[in-house]
Design a protein around this ligand. Structure first.
Ligand code: GRF
Length: 206
């Protein structure tokens, strides 16, 4: 089944582009209905339009979190969306926002990619934090969002090594290459099989 996506971004948009490219190349059976950024200057908006996707900014400047989310939700309400895809969206989502995308099985149809092996190194500087800590193996996590930041049922994880010769830049580049393959792959698996959570309730309600 083709899935209808809304992608939320804040900056560069390289993950968003990997999704758009996978769709274009016939590797991902999905349609991006809208790309929305809280940052009007986001490069991601320019890139999305190059792919012919409707891309808009809902600037959060000067707005309370609630008011901003209200405006974002009003935009998203114009579309029939199967899944909200967070791709470098640097905003914390409120419970009210998530509730709008609640699946009958209780999880939220909001997916995120995070550049560490969660639950290690949540937060905005995961590559830096993992690198500074001296991990020998790191990874990328794709998970469903919940009320906590970088938290929720894990859908996929893929590891990558830190090499002795690595600088932070080369470490990040290796991770980003993994991100760009993993996110479209997980989305395609959802398009094909739906969202599959681990049956172990304890695991998914950590
Ligand atoms: C990525 O590293 C992603 O994992 C994290 O934010 C970064 C966004 O990069 N959540 P981009 O905007 O997709 O290039």
């Amino acid at each position: 089944m083709s899935i209808r996506l809304a992608i939320l971004v804040s900056g560069r948009g390289s993950n968003m582009e990997s999704i758009l490219r996978a769709i274009k190349d016939g590797e991902l059976d999905a349609k991006v209905e809208i790309v929305l950024s809280n940052n009007p200057e986001a490069l991601a908006l320019v890139t999305a339009r190059k792919y012919g996707v409707h891309a808009i900014a809902v600037d959060n400047k000067g707005l309370s979190r609630e008011e901003h989310e209200k405006r974002v939700l009003a935009e998203l309400a114009n579309y029939d969306i199967d899944l909200v895809v967070l791709a470098g969206y640097m905003r914390i989502l409120t419970s009210n926002f998530l509730q709008q995308f609640k699946h009958k099985e209780g999880y939220f149809k909001v997916i995120n990619i995070h550049p560490s092996l969660l639950p290690a190194f949540p937060g905005a500087n995961a590559y830096e934090d993992a690198f500074k800590y001296g991990v020998l193996v790191s990874g990328i996590t794709v998970h469903l969002a919940d009320e906590k930041v970088d938290h929720g049922p894990i859908l996929a994880q893929e590891t990558f090594s830190r090499l002795e010769s690595d600088t932070l830049e080369s470490f990040k580049a290796r991770g980003l290459a993994v991100e760009h393959k993993l996110y479209p792959k997980v989305l395609q698996s959802i398009a094909k099989n739906g969202i599959r959570l681990l049956p172990n309730e304890e695991l998914i309600k950590q």
